[in-house]
Design a protein around this ligand. Structure first.
Ligand code: HEM
Length: 502
């Protein structure tokens, strides 16, 4: 009995000794579990979240990458931001854990106060977003976009005609044509109506949205309770103007299609198709079509024209690359016709120029941010629910030898960098639904320009790459000379223009 008591006390002693060890181990594990990914030193309460200017943040993120690696974490004021600085980190989280990382951040000002949370790019990951994606896939699948090849080729030819008349105005011409492509495809709007009534307004609206969707652009995004401040506070006035602009952007062209359909004269378009096709078990179909179509315009115009402007700048800086692409075009397409989208598979060097254009200066350097839907652990680091996750595709783009140089040839060898098409259009469930249409537009606009014009630097300007620093980044205005490659090319453009019936 005594022996048993002694054994019992010994056993109890062991347990009592084990308890603090277990607690220490548990606390250590908790600490490990809660270790945030690395990032710059943080201050009390405000942390380090205000340290990075939202403008051109990709440069700073790349500098930090050298110090902190592929994951970079900022926090403060109750907010968490995780920057993914490599393709591996992007794939591991956005693709392999897409159930957690397919949400969008709530930008209080632009989503809630301006009402853009109804638009696909900002819709939370859920039933409403799925319904919009379904509509977009119906309208923008690889098979569906083939119907728009003709419109895209016509508009590329129209761009040539305009450049022939006033080449110095190339910025505007490219901008307007990219807008026209989207308005023709999405709403069937003819060129003249589109420009006068819609494009100017759409561009002003996109400017407001682009500035407001950079994380941290408004203090109210970091401290959402500020949304209750009175309407005379400056950001509230901006929000109210933005709301009216967005409502008009989405409703006006949609109402136009409906009126034209009622009158029996609506030309083919995505909106008309979606309104005509009965989609089973879809509620609120009209409201959803209206907002899905509106999202196309918002997301598709600026990205396309920015890419073409980057191309023009690259060609003005690299006449040797331009000549090689033109030689390929002359031998494959010939000099007696305009290129067409079906030529794409036969133009390896031109395709390499397009890839290098997208890599050299990605027009969405930080893609479009996501938000984590639940707590997560990655490589031993704790990523809290609600963390804004930014794929720094700028870091991915520059991650190759001589990354800042424009060298299309890098895409022709066996050790080519990863194709920008795999990251420039985003990732996994949120990948750009307009990818096929966008790729065709970029291809035909660039290829037609190469086939018809010589793009040269302007002798009065020392051309240096210089880009805007917002969500969509494109060249600041610059001068260059855009001349027909020969008199025969000029004649061909004039002839095509006289046949053009937009
Ligand atoms: C060169 C052209 C384009 C580029 C580089 C581009 C790039 C992107 C990127 C990076 C995203 C974010 C995807 C993500 O979060 O992972 C996106 C989303 C989106 N894009 Fe594009 N895009 C282009 C053209 C277009 C076109 C032509 C359309 C429509 C006709 C379009 C419609 C959209 C929409 C609606 C979204 C939001 C998707 C969602 O949140 O679920 N884009 N795009």
């Amino acid at each position: 009995m005594l022996l048993n008591e002694k054994a019992f006390s010994l056993e109890l002693g062991r347990y009592l000794l084990a308890i603090p060890i277990v607690i220490v181990l548990w606390l250590w594990r908790q600490r490990q579990r809660r270790a945030f990914p690395p990032g710059p030193p943080a201050r009390f309460i405000i942390g380090n979240i205000l340290q990075v200017s939202p403008l051109g943040a990709w440069f700073k993120f790349c500098q930090y990458k050298e110090q902190y690696g592929d994951l970079l974490f900022f926090h403060g004021l109750g907010n968490h931001v995780l920057v993914l600085n490599s393709m591996k980190a992007i794939n591991d989280l956005l693709d392999k854990r897409s159930g957690i990382y397919s949400n969008r951040p709530t930008f209080t000002v632009v989503s809630e106060l301006m009402g853009l949370s109804q638009s696909m790019p900002l819709l939370p990951y859920g039933e409403e977003w799925r319904a919009h994606r379904r509509l977009a896939h119906t309208a923008l699948s690889p098979a569906a976009v083939k119907r728009y090849h003709g419109v895209q080729e016509d508009l590329a030819a129209l761009l040539c005609q305009r450049l022939l008349q006033s080449p110095e105005d190339f910025f505007n011409h490219v901008r307007l044509i990219a807008g026209n492509v989207i308005l023709s495809v999405v709403y069937g709007l003819p060129v003249e109506t589109a420009e006068d009534e819609y494009i100017a307004h759409a561009e002003r609206t996109m400017q407001v949205i682009s500035e407001a969707t950079v994380p941290g652009a408004y203090l109210c995004d970091l401290m959402p309770f500020l949304k209750h401040l009175p309407s005379w506070v400056p950001f509230q006035r901006e929000a109210s103007t933005g709301r009216e602009m967005i409502e008009r952007l989405v409703s006006k062209p949609y109402e136009h299609v409906k009126r034209e359909m009622d009158a029996g004269r609506a030309p083919p378009s995505m909106t008309q198709d979606l309104l005509s096709v009965r989609i089973n078990d879809m509620q609120d179909i009209e409201q959803r079509i209206k907002w899905t179509a509106g999202a196309m315009y918002g997301a598709g115009g600026e990205t396309t024209y920015s890419t073409v402007l980057v191309f023009i700048m690259a060609m003005a800086l690299h006449p040797d690359k331009q000549r090689r692409a033109q030689q390929e075009l002359d031998s494959v397409v010939g000099t007696g016709r305009f290129p067409s989208i079906s030529d794409r598979a036969h133009l390896p060097y031109v395709n390499a120029v397009i890839k290098e254009t997208m890599r050299w200066h990605p027009v969405l350097p930080l893609s479009i941010a996501r938000m984590s839907a639940q707590d997560d652990l990655y490589n031993g680091y704790y990523i809290p629910k609600g963390t804004i996750v930014i794929p720094n595709v700028w870091a991915v783009a520059l991650d190759c030898p001589q990354g800042t140089e424009f060298i299309p040839e890098r895409f022709l060898g066996d050790d080519a960098p990863i194709d920008p098409a795999t990251w420039a259009f985003g990732f996994a469930k949120r990948i750009c639904p307009g990818k096929y249409l966008g790729e065709n537009s970029v291809f035909i606009l660039i290829t037609t320009l190469l086939a018809m014009f010589d793009i040269m630097p302007d002798p009065s300007e020392d051309l240096r790459p210089n880009f805007t620093l917002n969500l969509v980044s494109y060249p600041h205005p610059f001068k260059c000379r855009i001349q027909p490659r020969s008199e025969a090319h000029a004649q061909m453009m004039l002839l095509r223009a006289s046949n053009y019936s937009a």
